[in-house]
Design a protein around this ligand. Sequence first.
Ligand SMILES: O=C(O)CCC(=O)C(=O)O
Ligand SMILES: [Fe+2]
Length: 365
Amino acid sequence: MGAIDQAFILEQEHRPKPSIGYAEGIPLIDLSPLSSPDDHKTTTSIDGLVSEIGNACKDWGFFQVINHGVPLEKRQKVEDSGRKFFGLSLEEKRKIRKTEKQILGYNDSEHTKNIRDWKEVFDFVANDPTLLPVSHDPDDKEITELHNVWPEYPPELKEVCEEYVEEMEKLAYKLLELIALSLGLPANRFHRFYKDQTTYMRLNYYQPCPAPELALGVGRHKDGGALTILYQDHVGGLQVKRKSDGEWLTVKPTPDAFIVNVGDVFQVWTNEAYESAEHRAAVNSEKDRFSIPFFFNPAHYTMVEPLEELTSEQSPPKYRAYNWGKFYRTKRHSNFKKSNVENLQISHFRIPELAIKLEGALSIN
Ligand SMILES: O=C(O)CCC(=O)C(=O)O
Ligand SMILES: [Fe+2]
């Protein structure tokens, strides 16, 4: 067993077991009906897609998509130039290091639930500039502009990332429409939240780890945003906690597929019809690994709450409304460094079961 810094070491119960099975049940969904010419697009093929996606969101909160329309070479270019960047010296990379104020750029010291992750990241926003509250302090109403920071080397990184983001955004809107339809809503129901979206992308680079049984590339977490579209390379490491029995399972890398998962915002919008699943990334002692999540997130001023159409007297709202920008700032703040503040979760806005029942009883009488 190789020695690693104490900061990375997880408590016994959260360490990854050496033998973890594959999550065979996570559906692989073929999106080709979406790109067939209009005269070939049948209602049946789209209906089929919609119900596959609805079931995947209900059962797993995760699915994979193929024939998604994102050109392979655009993704490959991001991976190639991303690898060039992570291959630079620490000193060079730290020239565009994230700080508490400047939350975009490079970081080699992310924490999940106060344990250091075995990874390096490079973050940038899809729309430059992106508007966000200045601080996580609820009384501070000031809004700031986030600007991307790009390294000098490799010089093409900016362009290849921007081209890729454009493609990912097209895919994200398609998925948003299919998810809306799967909930019985108009296809464009969620579009309104994305006018000034706070979407960002991350390049995750996981070096080989001498003690992969003690640490994780990303500790267990749920994505706080609305929808994540992840590319992972052939090495594998992403693990999902199965809802039915709490078992951790590996998501098998599928060439040219994207892994899609609904985040906490969708859990609230759907009043828990769809739940965001816990996941984590394991590392290994031999190979490095690359992954690229695209976090498709609403505008900062969005008040996240259960959609009216998905609640009723029988099924009253399970969450109080919260401001997305403040929520996101607070979460980023606590991931940035080891902190004593408890990590902010949507459970803080969960209305207690008893209050939901009482509210239901009162509104019926
Ligand atoms: O690298 C992975 O497979 C997962 C990364 C992840 O879950 C995240 O960045 O939120
Ligand atoms: Fe995640």
